[in-house]
Ligand binder design. Sequence first.
Ligand code: AMP
Ligand code: MG
Length: 400
Amino acid sequence: MPSGLITIAQARELVLQSTRPLAPPELIEVDHALDRVLAQDVAAAGDVPPFPCSAMDGYAVTAGPAGRVLTVFGESRAGAPSERPVENGQATRISTGAAIPPGASAVIPQENVEVRDGTITTTAPVREGEHVRHAGEDIPAGTTVLAAGSRLRAAELGAAVASGLGRVLVARRPRVQVLCTGDELRPPGEPLGPGEIHNSNALMLVALAARCGAVAPAAGRLPDDRAATVEALAAALDHADVTIVSGGVSVGPHDHVKPALAQLQVEEVFWGVSLQPGKPTWFGVRDDRLVFGLPGNPVSAFVTFTLFASHALAALQGTTVAPALEPEAILAMAVHRHNREQAVRVKLERRDGAVVAVPNGPQGSHIITSLLGADALALIPPGSGEMPAGASVALEPLPG
Ligand code: AMP
Ligand code: MG
């Protein structure tokens, strides 16, 4: 590893050591809880289902053989239970999800009866408890349904509501301010003057932050100027839990981010990771505020956000980045090693039962198309020569 640089794992560890869950958590309505992270375990307020109910449209009956003739009394519908007890020789019409009336111990589906003049004749035997969903069969009251640290997606919200919750205690969303440095940057869609490029990192980093559960307003754009950089960083440090600066973090004469952060008493935790792309990544803290200085090349910015900032945003919300579905894969083709660890954008394919990582085209740090359709980052350990096709590589998930 080149001297003065730390590994990806060391850098991530330093980021996590500097990151505490944001306090205090917030009690919010479930209606607004999509993608939020639970701050405490959720226990079911009541049984799910709350009462014994029918799994079929049919008749609530007692158990018995085929060929019984039963008199039909009343109906138990979803939301309108029948109070009338069902006795031997009787049946009550029932729909799926409706409460089992007192006295009934099973449901016979309507396709297993012949209906005639207010009676049914059973054409199949009925076992005790058949087609009855028991109270608490899915979730007994008081049991833990969702653990602290769970991200509330559609399924979790459904389970929380079924469990009787109207409000949930969730982590506060981290406030992220993205700042893009560079005299050459133009807003989306504007015509380019000589030497200018479009500011792709602004939208990309804000989108990544949002995907990681942060509140991220539009990115600020900074000229390559010391005073302007200090001013914008000072404002960001005032309101943002995490400031993410793109570009200007190297050692060129127009790179003002490091000296500006030093002037603002942001303490450097590391600068320089043995990583390709993403070597000049900078990370520092001021009190509980985190600052990431990401290299300006769009792919470097995306990769370093993924490897470091996404983990900080998860930790601020009291959770961790969900691991890749596949922790490793087989390289589809040989990859030239680098003296730094490489984060290769790959597509994953299944071939003969094995998960294969196919490098997603040219891998230069300016090749933004290498991100399109990529499924993961494959980490190629540093070294010389080639990592051969068929070698096993670790995978890192991509945000969102
Ligand atoms: P820097 O890290 O400032 O030296 O920038 C490295 C490269 O990334 C240069 O080619 C910059 O023009 C490019 N770059 C910097 N910021 C952005 C941005 N926000 N969007 C797209 N490219 C950028
Ligand atoms: Mg620059």
